[in-house]
Write a protein that binds this ligand. Structure first.
Ligand SMILES: Nc1ccn([C@@H]2O[C@H](COP(=O)(O)OP(=O)(O)OP(=O)(O)O)[C@@H](O)[C@H]2O)c(=O)n1
Ligand SMILES: C/C(=C\CO)CCC[C@H](C)CCC[C@H](C)CCCC(C)C
Length: 290
């Protein structure tokens, strides 16, 4: 299989399977020459792009893209059929999609372009949220499963920031950086569990923010810490990162603690916690976990 590294590195090299004329095959067949020049130019571009993907990367991308669609759809159906309360459906999507997404990273090859391929999945979700949120595309199920009050414009805030953070983490951190794992741990599991536990069992309200509770913050701290450690252990097991457990886990605890404090600040009207929490966690992790 022909890889992108080869394309970038050796423009003179002609991939196996190209015809005598030096043109790319399109999905295994020889394309008929389109009548207009622009069409032929596009077909010529598509060939190398498709041909450049290894079977492994193509399968990983397909799995991640279909998985993201199917996962959100399951909660869309559960909320639509009132099996799950809408708020809980939204929070389960919030807690699970980020960690599941980064667990698909090892499916991709070691090619330099692999992270950008993986990034296409949150990017496609960004586009979907944007189109549905602005009303260009109608998707009541998506609105019901991930908005608080069945208001499509809500998709343009928390959920959109959430996928933007996943895009940033994929491009900047990828699988050999603990910072990305920590960001996903506190934004997804931490913030998500704060809501689920705080809403259900929260009693003691913070004096500086009456809408947040001690129980919610405790849940965020525990979930963020355990998910961060869990992701790091998994990626270490696969050989992508290495660390010394004692100081690293101490760093995780500290980052989780400070992120929990930031989440409970009364600043949600100024900056969404899908931006403030990952930003603080990412900066701290970059400093403490490198
Ligand atoms: N530390 C926290 C965080 C949340 N909550 C509970 O969860 C609810 C929603 O929390 P919040 O973070 O304000 O959620 P939203 O901003 O509404 O949703 P999201 O962050 O998903 O955009 C709060 O009213 C509260 O009952 C809590 O008790 N303690
Ligand atoms: C409700 C959400 C945030 C509100 O705070 C989360 C919105 C999630 C997106 C609609 C879907 C994101 C999908 C991921 C980029 C990919 C998941 C892949 C995996 C294999 C399930």
């Amino acid at each position: 299989m022909f890889r992108l590294g080869q394309v970038a590195g050796a423009s003179c090299e002609q991939p196996a399977g190209w015809g005598q004329a030096g043109r790319p095959p399109l999905l295994g067949t020889c394309p008929r020459k389109p009548s207009d020049g622009r069409g032929w130019a596009l077909a010529s571009l598509a060939g190398p792009v498709l041909g450049a993907l290894s079977a492994r990367d193509a399968a990983a991308l397909a799995f991640s893209a279909l998985g993201s669609f199917a996962w959100v759809k399951i909660f869309d159906l559960l909320a639509a059929n009132n099996v799950l309360e809408q708020k809980l459906s939204r929070k389960i999507v919030h807690i699970t999609t980020g960690p599941l997404f980064i667990l698909t990273w090892p499916l991709f090859s070691g090619a330099a372009y692999a992270r950008y391929l993986a990034l296409l999945v949150p990017a496609a979700n960004f586009l979907r949220l944007f189109l549905v949120g602005t009303g260009v595309v109608k998707d009541e199920g998506l609105v019901k499963s991930i908005s608080r009050q069945c208001d499509r414009t809500e998709l343009l805030r928390g959920p959109l920031y959430y996928v933007m953070t996943l895009m940033a983490v994929t491009a900047l951190c990828w699988r050999d950086s603990m910072a990305g794992m920590m960001v996903v741990a506190v934004m997804c599991a931490g913030d998500g569990f704060a809501d689920v536990i705080g809403r259900q069992w929260g009693r003691k309200r913070w004096s500086y923010n009456r809408s947040k509770t001690l129980e919610g913050s405790a849940a965020m701290f525990v979930a963020g810490t355990l998910t961060g450690i869990g992701l790091m252990v998994v990626f270490r097991g696969m050989g992508y990162i290495s660390f010394c457990a004692g100081p690293t886990f101490l760093g995780v605890v500290l980052i989780s603690c400070i992120s929990t404090f930031v989440e409970a600040l009364p600043i949600n009207n100024v900056v969404d916690d899908n931006l403030s929490v990952p930003l603080v966690a990412g900066l701290l992790a970059n400093w403490l976990l490198m």
